[in-house]
Design a protein around this ligand. Structure first.
Ligand code: 4AD
Ligand code: MG
Length: 463
């Protein structure tokens, strides 16, 4: 007997032979002499309707055990459905219940639950329509990422999760230690004696794989990372996670222009891929979550992104007809309200802002000729704000050393990074895409906690 996924059955329609499905019951409707159940196996938004006649073996006993949430295996044949709402249904020949779900205590009964409530049952929420759709789209996004880079000859490189350097220099690091916290060894000067720690020096969970990606780009030309990154920033917002996934391409022989072009082509590719692979899920988001999801996707695919400099952006914000909460002036970083004003209100599309003041950006960004700004670029998305951050890298040893020192770091700690400029340095550039922000942008989901299966945020590391 052929074991089939429900998505495939719904796509292909009729089947002659006897098939078998396995999944979880969403609903049950009992009538005289027969019952309908809806079974979902996670392969699609739509469930498969199963009709069980009373002549099926153990009809009464099985039906008693079949409630919302129960796991079942059904064999039977696909027949045209006489009812409304579905083209076909499975006419059961045998039904086996694997595990029951007590209707009194199973939290996912057939009604709409708030996302806040569903967050408290993160171990069960993937069985709902919304989270099923989110995680299928997330999977499609991830596949599109690899497809995009692999088709272009980029090598996927695996950068370390434990690191001794703070790539972004923002000090938002989680420490990694095996020292006994109840009895921390001390040096004679009463500092922590890291020589006794596992790595014999302070180490952290990485905030970015970029520095190591640069190492690999200096051998393989074009590379990308796709892995988890960690930030101990105490931001309780709908767009920040303490653990999030980032995609970081790094290209040798590339400047800021090439970096922006790649980033724009990359986002367009992912949107196109997801529209093609997950039409039902995307339709669902458009209907239930945010009715601009599909038009936004079309807009991304078919229109060029706006490109402006930071200096131009500041002028536009200073003359904007809006009262911002945070001040705007040349030299200050853009806040999310500013980013959203530019992309959401003014240009109504993704907006690439370039050439930020050196003082507010990381040490590795290439200093422009004006010596005030760096060859940085952020891509701002409507409703999300910053979705991509990138730059051309400083490839000149002397300038980079100056920048490292100016930002309070020790050049000897970064000797290996500086070596890349000592031996065969080349102009190079890259960027980082926040994967969850992308999935949020794609689906219209309002809270970043709802686009990752197990969110880590301040005060919360459940499941
Ligand atoms: O702008 P960021 O800090 O850039 C970097 O880490 C660079 N090393 C990237 C590079 O050039 N290779 O972070 C990149 C992106 C942001 O634009 C945002 O989308 C996402 O990562 N991001 C977060 N996403 C969720 N939660 C957080 N706390 C995030 N912080 C950054
Ligand atoms: Mg950034």
């Amino acid at each position: 007997m052929v074991n089939r996924r429900i998505a495939e059955i719904l796509r292909s329609g009729q089947a002659e032979e006897v098939i078998k499905i396995q999944g979880w019951v969403r609903t049950k409707r009992e009538s005289k002499g027969f019952s309908f159940i809806e079974v979902n196996d996670g392969s699609s938004l739509a469930s498969l309707q199963v009709i069980i006649n009373q002549d099926v073996p153990d009809y009464e006993a099985s039906l008693k055990k079949i409630n919302t949430g129960a796991s079942v295996e059904v064999s039977g044949v696909i027949v045209p459905s006489l009812g409304k709402g579905q083209r076909i249904e499975l006419k059961a020949q045998t039904v086996q219940v694997y595990g029951e779900a007590d209707p009194e205590t199973y939290p996912l009964q057939k009604k709409r639950h708030s996302f806040e409530f569903l967050r408290t049952i993160g171990h069960l929420r993937s069985r709902t329509n919304s989270f099923g759709a989110v995680f299928r789209v997330r999977n499609a996004c991830a596949t599109a990422v690899h497809q995009f880079f692999q088709e272009r000859g980029f090598m996927w490189v695996h950068t370390p999760i434990i690191t001794a350097s703070d790539c972004e220099g923002a000090g938002e690091l989680f420490s990694v230690t095996s020292l006994n916290l109840k009895d921390i060894p001390r040096t004679p000067e009463n500092n922590i004696d890291y020589s006794q720690d596992f790595f014999a020096k302070p180490t952290y969970l990485t905030v970015s794989g970029q520095l190591e990606a640069e190492v690999m780009a200096m051998a393989f030309s074009n590379v990308y990372t796709f892995g988890p990154t960690f930030r101990a920033e105490n931001s309780n917002t709908s767009r920040h996670l303490a653990e999030f996934w980032m995609i970081e391409p790094e290209m040798a022989f590339c400047d800021l222009q090439g970096d922006m072009d790649l980033a724009e082509a990359f986002l367009k590719h992912i949107f196109k891929y997801v529209l093609e692979k997950c039409p039902e899920d995307m339709e669902f988001f458009n209907q239930r979550i945010d009715n601009t999801v599909l038009s936004t996707a079309e807009n991304i695919i078919h229109n060029q992104f706006e490109r402006i400099t930071y200096t131009e952006a500041i002028k536009l914000l200073e003359t904007a007809d809006v009262q911002f909460e945070y001040p705007v002036s040349w030299g200050l970083d853009l806040q999310s309200e500013h980013e959203r004003y530019l992309s959401e209100q003014l240009f109504k599309k993704p907006t690439i802002v370039t050439d930020y003041p050196a003082k507010i950006k990381a040490f590795y960004m290439r200093l422009n000729e004006d010596e005030q700004t760096v060859a940085a670029m952020d891509i701002l998305a409507p409703k999300i704000g910053e979705i991509i951050g990138g730059s051309q890298r400083e490839e000149r040893l002397d300038v980079l050393e100056r920048r490292v020192i100016a930002q309070g770091m020790q050049p000897q700690d970064l000797y290996w990074y500086l070596d890349l400029r000592r031996f065969g340095t080349v102009p190079h550039a890259g960027f980082g895409l926040g994967f969850e922000r992308l999935v949020q942008f794609m689906t219209g989901m309002g809270n970043i906690r709802d686009v990752i299966p197990f969110p880590r945020t301040p005060q919360s590391a459940e499941f």
